[in-house]
Ligand binder design. Structure first.
Ligand SMILES: Nc1nc2c(ncn2[C@@H]2O[C@H](COP(=O)(O)OP(=O)(O)OP(=O)(O)O)[C@@H](O)[C@H]2O)c(=O)[nH]1
Ligand SMILES: [Zn+2]
Length: 209
């Protein structure tokens, strides 16, 4: 990189830098998609595919936008003092992720609970934490754990439980082609791990229709 270019980059504010990096990576991804189309379609320059590389690149950037987010940003300080020490459950948070093996979607719901210890977190932030990790290339087990550990670290809760149920397109559209199977994964931390009663209360609430 030339000195003048480095100086320009140095003088940009970080939000401008982020924007610029995004544009650069969009151009790059678009080129990669042009090549992918060449490998897939016998006539990649046909009319219907003219804007496809850039559209696909933008879509993929959107689906992977969780890489650009941090926990601090997502939570945005929305933690509130509270004496409540009863379980808080946010059920049926829909999630869309991409499996890291095939880059095909897996789609489902997350159920997230915690037992507050002095503070509660803004309700929407639980869903935002789910999204931040879902919008990355993932396997379901790691996604489940990352959500649980992130919530634990921001709330310092006495316990955190996460269950995810999801259908994986890589098992439905291709491969073994099973249309009805669902994957369930769970992570229990603190009180949910130590107390059978707490865990059962959570699981009963989750399985209630
Ligand atoms: N544990 C786990 N496995 C996943 C997840 N998403 C996809 N997989 C699996 O990753 C595995 C990759 O297996 P490979 O044998 O390397 O790939 P493959 O030949 O495409 O496998 P098939 O899907 O069986 O055709 C498959 O069994 C997928 O079902 C996930 O979130 N968790
Ligand atoms: Zn897969």
């Amino acid at each position: 990189m030339f000195y003048s270019e480095m100086k320009t980059l140095g003088s940009l504010r970080s939000s401008e830098l982020k924007k610029r990096e995004k544009v650069m990576s969009l151009e790059n991804l678009t080129k990669q998609y042009e090549e992918i189309l060449m490998g897939l379609d016998p006539n990649p320059s046909r009319n219907g595919l003219v804007g496809t590389p850039q559209r696909a690149a933008k879509a993929m950037q959107f689906l992977c936008r969780g890489y650009d987010q941090s926990l601090d940003e997502v939570v945005n300080g929305a933690l509130f003092e509270s004496d409540n020490d009863e379980m808080v459950l946010v059920k049926d948070i829909e999630l869309y992720s991409l499996c890291e093996h095939h880059m095909l979607p897996f789609v489902g719901k997350a159920h997230v609970a915690y037992i507050p210890s002095g503070k509660v977190i803004g309700l929407s932030k639980v869903a935002r934490i789910v999204d931040m990790f879902a919008r990355r290339l993932q396997i379901q087990e790691n996604l489940t754990r990352e959500i649980a550990e992130a919530l634990q670290s921001v709330t310092q809760a006495d316990g955190v439980a996460v269950v995810i149920e999801a259908r994986h397109m890589c098992m439905m559209m291709r491969g073994v082609e099973k249309q009805n199977s669902k994957m369930y994964s769970s992570v229990m931390l603190g009180a949910f791990r130590e107390s059978v009663n707490t865990r059962q209360e959570f699981l009963q609430l989750v399985s209630r229709g």
